[in-house]
Design a binder for this molecule. Structure first.
Ligand SMILES: O=P(O)(O)OC[C@H]1O[C@](O)(COP(=O)(O)O)[C@@H](O)[C@@H]1O
Ligand SMILES: [Mg+2]
Ligand SMILES: [Mg+2]
Length: 325
């Protein structure tokens, strides 16, 4: 039995990455508890505020953000952090230093699921801090391939933490009795083929031709050009959909579409797409916009959105072909 701390001391590239991961894991443990106890602590429903992307914040969005911010502020390796729920970056008391870390996070992913007691999660990304006197927003605009580490926590029937700090992806399950994350799956790998896809099909009439073709061919099953039946799933929390893919394969699609409001898709590059792309690629899959590898994109702004197609290698290659042919 290996604890998260033991694992990180063996696998993480620097002591700073270990320290920041442990702080994030502690924050996720606290968020998991807050989610489970919300009915007794007055933390259900809307906060009455909105975030910079115009989304109504739930009380748990705000609390989760605070729980992570608290831990990152007091972690000496963290020089600054950026959150989906904050307009701009937050500087910690620690100026940039060799080995210093910037953290970008989505404190509560899939928060519309809170109303129905369905899974939600937290997504985080660690980037190298600059070699400058202070950190600015521009320092966060690094392509995803420069991430030092990334991961997510899924608050489902069990609280699971999935992360990458080296070339591999590992999963830890929270032992609720002892409050410890225990390694439960090492070296997760993603099959190149799949018979399962995930997309919000309510948006079908807005999709571009490549997505319409891909989904129609999956739905045609063994009677269509793919000559096999496909299954469809949609949890409406990216963390849970990606976790299913890392557990049993599949593809997850949140494409751009023809609506002006969805011209770049829905998901955010820094907090959602980049960290998930790193996990998926390290497990042997691919993550693309249809036209570009997500990890190659240099963000133009903190809250930038991108189309996301990720999962089984051969399916994403097919989707890339459909976008260019
Ligand atoms: O409501 P839709 O269109 O099904 O979108 C669901 C997607 O939106 C998200 O909930 C966005 O995340 P947030 O809850 O952090 O805003 C993803 O987790 C999920 O994949
Ligand atoms: Mg999210
Ligand atoms: Mg969120």
């Amino acid at each position: 039995m290996q604890t998260l701390s033991q694992y990180l001391h063996q696998h993480a590239t620097t002591p700073a990455v270990t320290a920041v991961m442990l702080a994030l894991a502690d924050g996720c443990r606290a968020i998991g508890q807050a989610v489970r106890n919300a009915a007794f602590t007055g933390q259900t429903g809307l906060a009455g505020s909105g975030n910079i992307q115009g989304e109504a914040q739930k009380k748990l969005d705000v609390l989760s953000n605070d729980l992570l911010a608290e831990r990152l502020r007091s972690q000496p390796a963290v020089c600054a952090f950026a959150s989906e729920e904050n307009d701009s970056i937050t500087l910690t008391p620690n100026p940039p230093h060799p080995g210093g870390v910037l953290v970008a996070f989505d404190p509560l992913d899939g928060s519309s699921n809170l109303d129905i007691n369905a899974p939600v999660g937290t997504i985080f990304s660690l980037l190298p801090a600059p070699a400058a006197a202070t950190v600015s927003e521009a320092d966060f605009l690094q392509p995803g391939q420069q991430q030092l580490a990334a991961g997510y926590a899924l608050y489902g029937p069990a609280t699971v933490l999935v992360l990458t700090v080296d070339a591999t992806v590992s999963a830890f399950t929270l032992d609720e009795t002892h409050g410890e994350f225990i390694l439960t799956q090492d070296a997760l790998t993603l099959p190149a083929e799949t018979g399962e896809f995930a997309i919000n099909a309510a948006n079908l009439r807005h999709w571009g031709d490549a997505i319409v073709r891909y989904v129609a061919e999956c739905q045609a099953g063994r009677d269509g050009p793919r000559s096999k039946d496909f299954n469809m799933r949609w949890v409406a929390a990216m963390v849970a959909d990606v976790h299913r893919i890392l557990s049993r394969g599949g593809v997850f699609l949140y494409p751009a579409d023809r609506r002006a409001s969805a011209a770049s898709g829905k998901l955010r590059l820094l907090y959602e797409a980049s960290p998930m792309a790193l996990l998926i690629e390290r497990a042997g899959g691919l993550a693309s916009t249809g036209h570009a590898r997500i990890l190659d994109i240099r963000p133009a702004s903190l809250h930038q959105r991108v189309p996301v197609l990720l999962g089984a290698r051969h399916e994403i290659e097919r989707l890339n072909d459909y976008h260019t042919s």
